[in-house]
Structure formats: structure tokens, C-alpha cells
Design a protein around this ligand. Structure first.
Ligand code: SF4
Ligand code: MSK
Length: 661
């Protein structure tokens, strides 16, 4: 990777250079000008009280440095990490809470613009929650589902509902170490309480609560959000679309939906096809209305409606710099406030829509699910009215990449056997035979502090070359899509022989786009289903599976990494460790978590080392499971001999949980 290239995406790089030549600042220049604080970035700074901030630095900081209150470096670093996990969990889960309230409003007939699209998924979720469905009106079931899931946020005692969806052995590990969450809000509040001055000072104890909080994110907040979004808007299935900053059209009104929440965006998808709106756009000189997405709201409407994506986090300013965006409607999370100032240099209108998120200088049109269409029409009209104000100025891009997205876990199950024989058997068999070496969840943000999207695409291409099936989410998916890796044809050219054979047989790309950041919960469901299917590990721990977030930047990514680690998946993050100052905290996240949960959280800035760490974990898991030794192109290669006891173990583990995921 060339050092002076800021984005691996050629269109992005072209716009960055165009802006630089005109003195237009983006996150790329700001990242160069603003070096990270070397103390805070490694977790050695505490500002939890006003006796500080205390910087725990020096030669023997781990042993000798103390804050004014006497806190050690390990205490400070672990508290910092717990606060990141809590913030990430809060973000995903507050999004999920709003989804649950929307489902409740729909069930009670108060949100007339929505309907329950996927009744089958509603019944499946009702099944997880022991809610009766026989002979009951759909809306009654939906109300009970919404109320029961809302309990997961406010419960003080007991266990979150979806713990039962994890393999039994995974649950046992969690109970043994006391990390089954009670309720999302309780764990997040307790995280803030524990990290307050003078409360919890034991790094291991602090980080154990970090895992409990993270499980509340993955197995409650995020999973609830995924389920309800599927119920309301449909469970995704493969769909073709386009990706890149070239999706904007010169002769149409271009409107972007950006952020994370799908509800308003889904209604905007409907409204832009209304004849009245199209006629209105024509009356302003446009040929039509072109809707595009950005970040995870993009992933939501891409997965279900094929709306094209302009890319991930680092593309948001660049989209405006095309000069073609008439309006950008933002909800919550990962929205750079800089887009408002930047939009003043062009003609773009920035519209904030969440009651939780405003940006000075933006137009605020507040979303309310009770009058969703009215709000959506106001936003679309505003974009149309702004079309005649376009200036010639802008860095226009025309190239786009085709992609296939929409791989829900339900579809992955279906594609392996059709309606009647849907299962994870073929995937497990392919892993056992060595055709597929293992599975990697490639997630997380793109980041201007590295060559944006370049590490994602490097890791993704190397993994598939090595016969590793990649399931991707969030901005990592956008990076792969723009690079052209999300088509069966393009990616099969670079996939290894075993993976290529499997993908060709099923007709899928070797990188499966699973959705948005909250849809990392789909990966938990997939690995649980693989455990239930039998022949590999009977719990999530020990699977030849790894999580990688090569360019992460958001606290949400830390929460995701920790719920994977707690569930038994080793995780490799790119970049320097946010707690790297403390060897003790690093040891807990790697060795201690590996002993207890067979998961770990590593931080590794070197992409080659990230890759080899992941492959080592996969090969180590294969060896422990006594699977065929992976050798490229040799699927019937040397088989690791198994004794009778090992065989019996595998047979015993076959399908212990079928039908519950
Ligand atoms: Fe310093 Fe302790 Fe206050 Fe943190 S809590 S700022 S280490 S005095
Ligand atoms: S949007 S959290 S930059 S993946 Fe989900 Fe992308 Fe990271 Fe936001």
C-alpha cells in the first residue's frame, strides 16, 4: 500500500485530491494535522474526576505511576475500555429500543405508515420468546414480542431473553464467569458506576463487567434490532445493487440517507417512488429522484431494497464534494459534523432527523414514527427544491461497482438446501473437508488514519485466497463492494480453489454482505447454528472462526469485538491498542479471556500480521477439532486420525439445538 494514497478507493482518492487542490479540508487532511495524543490513545490518561486528568506515564508506569487517587495504570486503562464498551453498547441498544417502540406502535395501530412485512420472522422470534402464536391476530403477537423485547432494556434481575439462543455450552461458560447480562440499561449504568472515581479498581473485575455489557449489546440490543428490522421491513435475501461515489446522477435529484436507523429511510424509499414526487422533481427540471445511502443506513436499505451505497464512513464528505448531492438526511451515529460546514461550499442541504442528534447549521426535520410519511415527504421535497440550486462546481465520478448483498442468516441456511432441507450441514461439511479453511467476520469502520478501505480490501482478498469464507458487515462491506469483491464472478477470480468450488456450487460470492453494524448479531446466529449442526465445536468457542475489524474507530466496534470474544471468537483489531499502555490489561484481554472463553481481543497495526494471526487461530481450531489439515487445493488430503472417543464426541454434538436459532 502506497503511503501517500489516502484512500484505496480510486474515486475517493480523486475527490480528495480535487478538494486538496481547492483548499477544501476533509477528515483525511485533519487526520494528518491532528496527531493522536500519545498518552490518551494508549489508555494511560484518566479524566474521570476533576483531580485529574491524570497521565500515568514514565519508565515503570505499570508498577509505579499512580493517579492523584492512587489508581494504577491497569485500573485506568481497564476503566477506559469499559467506558468504550458501555458507550458502544448504548448506541446499538438505544437504536434497538427505538425499533422495539416502532414495532409496538405498529402493533397498536399507531404507526399507520408501517406494516409487519415478514410474519414468518415474527413467528420465529415469538418462538424464541415462548410467545403463543396459534390462532392469534398478527398484531397481538407483534405487541407481545415488542413488549417482551423491551423488557430486555429495563430488566433489573434475571437474564436477557436471547441467552437461550446461544449454544448450551456457551451459556454455561457465561454463567460460570457471571457474565450473563440482566438488562441492557442496568449493565451500561453499572459500567458507568463502576468506573466512577473510587469504585471498581480491579482490572480483571472491571473487564469482566465489560464482557457482560458487551453481551448485552450483541445478544440483546443488536440482535433485537436485527430481528425487529427484519419483521418490519423484510428479512434480506440476495439482491443486486451498485456501490461507489459514482452512484449520483447529474440529471436527477440526489438524496442520501446516512446514519444507522432504518425506519425513516425505509419510508423515504417508498416516497421517492410516489408519482406525485416524481412529477414534482420533473417540474424542477430533474428527470427523477435518485436515492443513495451512506454508512449503515445504506446497508439497511441496500439489503432490502437494492438502494445503491455511496460507501462507508470516510466517503460522507466526499459525496458532498461531488457537487451532485441535493440533500443528505442523517439520523444517528457516525455522522461527521463537518458535513454541515462543507455543505456550505456546495449547495447540499444537511437535514438532521433524530430527536437525539442535531448539528448546528443543519436543517432539523424531526422524525416521528406516528407521521413517518409526512416527514419523509418533507425531506424529499426539500431535496427536490434544492435541485435547481446546483452549482457546476464538484468532482464528478461516474464509475460504479456491481454487488450482491442481502445474506441474512435465514437465507444462508436456505441456500444450503432449499425450503425443506435448509441447514448449515454443507457449510460444516466443507469446513470439515478443508474446502473452506474457516470463517472470518470482517466488520467495522473505514478510517482516515490509515489508507482508508485499503486494509479491509487487503484482508478480504487475502482471506478468500486462503479459502476463508468472509461474512462482512458495516463499512467493511461497503469497502468490499466498491472494490468489486461482492459479486460471485469477480471474487471467484481470486478465491482459493476450495472456497471457489463451494461458492460456484451454491452461486454465492465468497464474501457475504450480512448488513449493518447491528447485523453483526447475524454472525452470532450463524456460528450458533454451525455449533448446533454438529461436526465442529458444540459451542461457539473452538470454532475455526475469527473476527477482524481492521480499520475500526468507533466505540461500537469495541463493544462488538468484546461480545465476539465473550462468545468464544478471537478478534483482531487493526491500529494501535487503546489500552496498549498497560501490559496487564493486554494480558487479560488475550490470555485470561482465552483461558475462560476461548476468545480474545488483539490489536495489531500491521495488516500482514493481522492476517497471519487470524489464520493461525483458524488452523489452531482445526487442529483441536481434529479436522483435516488445511492444504490449498487438497480437499481429500491427509486426514487427522481420530480415536473412537473423539468420533463419539462429534456424533453426540450433532444437532443438539436444531430449530432454536
Ligand atoms: Fe486521576 Fe483518579 Fe481522578 Fe482518574 S479518578 S482523574 S486517576 S484522581
Ligand atoms: S457505520 S460504526 S463507521 S462500521 Fe455502522 Fe461504519 Fe463503523 Fe459507523
Amino acid at each position: 500500500m502506497s503511503e501517500n494514497i489516502k484512500s484505496a478507493n480510486k474515486s475517493a482518492e480523486k475527490i480528495i485530491n480535487w478538494g486538496e487542490a481547492r483548499g477544501i479540508d476533509t477528515c483525511f487532511e485533519r487526520a494528518l494535522k491532528l496527531k493522536p495524543c500519545p498518552i490518551g490513545s494508549t489508555g494511560a490518561c484518566c479524566d474521570n474526576c476533576h483531580m485529574g486528568p491524570c497521565r500515568l506515564v514514565g519508565k515503570n508506569a505499570e508498577e509505579e505511576a499512580r493517579g492523584v487517587c492512587g489508581a494504577t495504570l491497569a485500573t485506568v486503562a481497564s476503566r477506559n475500555l469499559l467506558r468504550m464498551i458501555a458507550a458502544g453498547t448504548a448506541a446499538h441498544s438505544d437504536h434497538a429500543r427505538d425499533m422495539a417502540f416502532t414495532l409496538l406502535a405498529v402493533a397498536e395501530g399507531e404507526a399507520k405508515d408501517f406494516r409487519i412485512t415478514d410474519v414468518r420472522k415474527l413467528y420465529r422470534v415469538a418462538g424464541y420468546l415462548d410467545i403463543e402464536i396459534e390462532g392469534r391476530p398478527v398484531n397481538d403477537v407483534a405487541r407481545d414480542v415488542a413488549l417482551k423485547l423491551l423488557d430486555d432494556f429495563s430488566r433489573h434481575k434475571g437474564e436477557i431473553n436471547y441467552v437461550s439462543r446461544a449454544p448450551r455450552k456457551t451459556q454455561e461458560r457465561w454463567r460460570k464467569w457471571g457474565i450473563v447480562p440482566r438488562g441492557v440499561d442496568r449493565e451500561v449504568v453499572e459500567a458507568l458506576h463502576r468506573t466512577n472515581i473510587g469504585v471498581d479498581h480491579d482490572p480483571d473485575h472491571i473487564l469482566t463487567h465489560g464482557l457482560k455489557t458487551a453481551i448485552a449489546d450483541g445478544w440483546a440490543g443488536s440482535m433485537i434490532s436485527t430481528d425487529i428490522t427484519d419483521i418490519l421491513f423484510g428479512t434480506p435475501k440476495p439482491i443486486q445493487a451498485k456501490a461507489s461515489l459514482g452512484i449520483f446522477k447529474e440529471d436527477e435529484v440526489n438524496l442520501i440517507v446516512h446514519g444507522h436507523e432504518p425506519s425513516l429511510a425505509e419510508i423515504i424509499v417508498d416516497v421517492v417512488s410516489e408519482q406525485e414526487m416524481i412529477e414534482y422533481a420533473k417540474s424542477k427540471g430533474a428527470k427523477g429522484i435518485n436515492l443513495g445511502g451512506m454508512c449503515c443506513t445504506a446497508n439497511e436499505v441496500l439489503m432490502r431494497n437494492g438502494i445503491p451505497t455511496a460507501g462507508g464512513f470516510t466517503n460522507q464528505e466526499l459525496g458532498i464534494m461531488t457537487g451532485l448531492v441535493d440533500a443528505i438526511s442523517v439520523d444517528v451515529q457516525c455522522i461527521m459534523p463537518s458535513i454541515v460546514e462543507l455543505s456550505n461550499k456546495f449547495h447540499t442541504k444537511v437535514i438532521t432527523t433524530s430527536e437525539k442528534a442535531m448539528i448546528p447549521g443543519a436543517i432539523h426535520i424531526e422524525y416521528d414514527e406516528h407521521r413517518a410519511k409526512e416527514v419523509a415527504r418533507e425531506i424529499v421535497k426539500l431535496a427536490i427544491d434544492n435541485f435547481p440550486n446546483r452549482k457546476a462546481e464538484g468532482s464528478h465520478i461516474t464509475e460504479t461497482s456491481p454487488l450482491v448483498a442481502g445474506f441474512s442468516h435465514e437465507y444462508i441456511e436456505y441456500m444450503q438446501g432449499g425450503s425443506w432441507r435448509a441447514s448449515f450441514r454443507p457449510l460444516n461439511d466443507a469446513i470439515m473437508a478443508g474446502r473452506i479453511r474457516g470463517v472470518v467476520g470482517l466488520a467495522g469502520c473505514d478510517n482516515p488514519r490509515v489508507q482508508a478501505t485499503g486494509i479491509h480490501t487487503f484482508i478480504a482478498s487475502e482471506l478468500i485466497k486462503n479459502d476463508v469464507l468472509v461474512v462482512s458487515t458495516g463499512c467493511g462491506s461497503a469497502a468490499c463492494g466498491i472494490a468489486g469483491y461482492l459479486t460471485p464472478e469477480t471474487a471467484l477470480e481470486i478465491a482459493g480453489p476450495g472456497l471457489s468450488e463451494v461458492c460456484e456450487a451454491i452461486g454465492i460470492p465468497p464474501i457475504l454482505h450480512l448488513g449493518s453494524c447491528v447485523d453483526n448479531s447475524r454472525i452470532l446466529t450463524i456460528v450458533s447454528a454451525m455449533a448446533a449442526e454438529g461436526g465442529l465445536s458444540e459451542e461457539i468457542a473452538g470454532m475455526p472462526a475469527v473476527g477482524i475489524a481492521p480499520e475500526w474507530m468507533s466505540e461500537k466496534a469495541v463493544a462488538i469485538g468484546c461480545y465476539f470474544a465473550a462468545s468464544g471468537v478471537p478478534v483482531v483489531f487493526g491500529g494501535e491498542s487503546p489500552v496498549g499502555a498497560s501490559e496487564e490489561v493486554t494480558r487479560i484481554m488475550t490470555e485470561v479471556w482465552m483461558d475462560r472463553f476461548m476468545g480474545a481481543l488483539h490489536f495489531e497495526p500491521d495488516p500482514e500480521k493481522m492476517l497471519s494471526l487470524a489464520l493461525d487461530y483458524i488452523d489452531g481450531a482445526r487442529e483441536r477439532l481434529k479436522l483435516r489439515k488445511y492444504e490449498p487445493g487438497k480437499f481429500g488430503g491427509e486426514r487427522v486420525l481420530m480415536d473412537m472417543a473423539a468420533r463419539r464426541e462429534i456424533e453426540k454434538s450433532a444437532k443438539p439445538h436444531m430449530g432454536i436459532y
